[in-house]
Structure formats: structure tokens, C-alpha cells
Write a protein that binds this ligand. Structure first.
Ligand code: F6R
Length: 241
């Protein structure tokens, strides 16, 4: 795996943002998978700032979300749909027709996961998949213990996150919140993957995922086997490598 270490956090966000731009410039009809969270929020801000200053053609690019919280309305500001729409799709003038997200309010969420994956597959191989990493090594909503063979599925949410989303979205505790996510096998089929991590709190898991044994206990460790994966880190996240 190629490892790129940025000297500052600002340079880290810029480096990841420029990888996305380079992908679009190189192949204007790229199919790009995006992730949400603190890491990618900073990346998306830089991406939209660069686009504002130097607009480029986004009319043929298609973006999709790697995962989504289930049983929450899309207009909840913490939903992945809402974040990608407002952080990337609208700022970059990407047509909403070219923005894919799973149906997260449905009776059969495993079926919706499969349909979502089929919708993406129909567009061809994913050109670039951006990933963040959880402090336990999760990628998407694929938590430790998830099979490397997993395909799009309806996964559990860890209890701390579930409690936080319940609180912030004022969703009654009786509503089960889970994650609808592409599986690890789906992620591994992407042409190129970028794993982005910044901050000292990510140093331990980054070292384990990049240099430790490949194990389902650390889902991101499988990325060591991908032929075209780049980890982009800031110095803090790279400190234990
Ligand atoms: C969300 C996703 C998650 C995050 C991960 C890191 O779409 O795919 O796996 O990438 O939880 O989140 P942050 O960046 O908030 O540390």
C-alpha cells in the first residue's frame, strides 16, 4: 500500500481533495464512492473551495455514499445523504440524478442494500472509493468481525453511536438504527481506494491496519491486499508507523 504523509492537517485535507479532483479531470465520467464523518468533512470543504475558485466539469461524474444510517429521514443533518448532498453534490454542481444513496427507510433493509449495490454495479467498476477509518478499524459500517466476503448489507451500529444519533436526531429509542453499507468485498472491487486518516486518535488503529496482521478484527487491514490503495495521513495519524 502506498502511504502519503502530509506535513499538516491542512495539507492532508488538500491532498485528499486533489486526488478526487485529479480523478474527475482524468476521467470526467468517473464513478466515485464517498464517505462521511469528521475526516471527509474537512476534505469536502477544501474540495468545494477549490471548485469555487477553479470550476471544472462535473456534469458526467457520478457519486455515491458508501453507507447510510437506517430508519432516519434523509433530511436529518447527520444522515450521510444530507452530508454528501450539501458538502459535495450541491457545491460541485453535480446533478442529483448522478448522486446515488440507498433507501434507508424500508421494511427489508438487506434487500435495499442488495438493490443499491446492483444500481452501482450497473454503472461499471467504481473508479475511486474514499474511506475513513473508525478507531476500531471499521470501514463503512463494517465493524470488527465482519467477513471480508461481505457484500452490501444491513449492519448493526455500535451502541455508543446509536445512542448519540438517537439523542441528536430526537428519534425514539424504540426505532432501531443500523447501518446500510457496502460490504468489504464490494469495497475491494474498486479500481482505486484512498484511506484517509488524520489526528493522534487514529495513530494506533492506522498502525494496526497498515502494518499489523490482516484480520477481520480490523476490517481496514484487508486494504493491505488491494493492488491500488493509498493511505493518506497527517503526521499525527502516521506517528506509530
Ligand atoms: C461514514 C464511514 C465511516 C467513517 C469512519 C470515520 O460514511 O464510512 O466508516 O469513515 O467512522 O469517521 P470520522 O472521519 O468521523 O473519524
Amino acid at each position: 500500500m502506498k502511504v502519503t504523509i502530509a506535513r499538516t492537517e491542512a495539507e492532508f485535507f488538500e491532498t485528499v481533495a486533489w486526488r478526487i479532483i485529479a480523478q474527475i479531470l482524468h476521467k470526467p465520467d468517473s464513478l466515485i464512492g464517498l464517505a462521511t464523518g469528521h475526516t471527509t468533512k474537512g476534505v469536502h470543504e477544501v474540495l468545494s473551495d477549490i471548485y469555487k475558485q477553479h470550476p471544472f466539469d462535473t456534469s458526467r461524474v457520478t457519486v455515491f455514499g458508501l453507507d447510510e444510517i437506517t430508519n432516519l429521514p434523509r433530511d436529518y443533518p447527520g444522515s450521510c445523504y444530507f452530508r454528501i448532498l450539501n458538502q459535495v453534490v450541491r457545491p460541485l454542481g453535480i446533478s442529483e440524478r448522478n448522486f446515488l444513496m440507498p433507501q434507508n427507510l424500508a421494511d427489508d433493509l438487506d434487500l435495499e442494500a442488495r438493490l443499491y449495490k446492483e444500481q452501482i454495479t450497473a454503472l461499471g467498476q467504481v473508479d475511486l472509493q474514499i474511506l475513513g477509518i473508525g478507531e476500531n478499524g471499521h470501514i463503512g459500517f463494517n465493524q470488527p468481525g465482519t467477513s471480508f466476503e461481505s457484500r452490501a448489507w444491513h449492519s448493526r451500529m455500535d451502541s455508543a453511536l446509536e445512542a448519540r444519533v438517537h439523542r441528536e436526531s430526537r428519534t425514539p429509542d424504540s426505532v432501531h438504527l443500523g447501518g446500510l453499507t457496502l460490504g468489504i468485498q464490494n469495497i475491494m472491487h474498486s479500481r482505486k481506494i484512498i484511506l484517509a486518516a488524520n489526528g493522534a486518535h487514529k495513530a494506533k488503529i492506522v498502525a494496526a491496519a497498515l502494518k499489523g496482521p490482516i484480520t477481520t478484527q480490523i476490517p481496514a487491514s484487508i486494504l493491505q491486499l488491494h493492488p491500488n490503495c493509498e493511505a493518506i495521513l497527517d503526521r499525527e495519524a502516521a506517528a506509530l508507523l
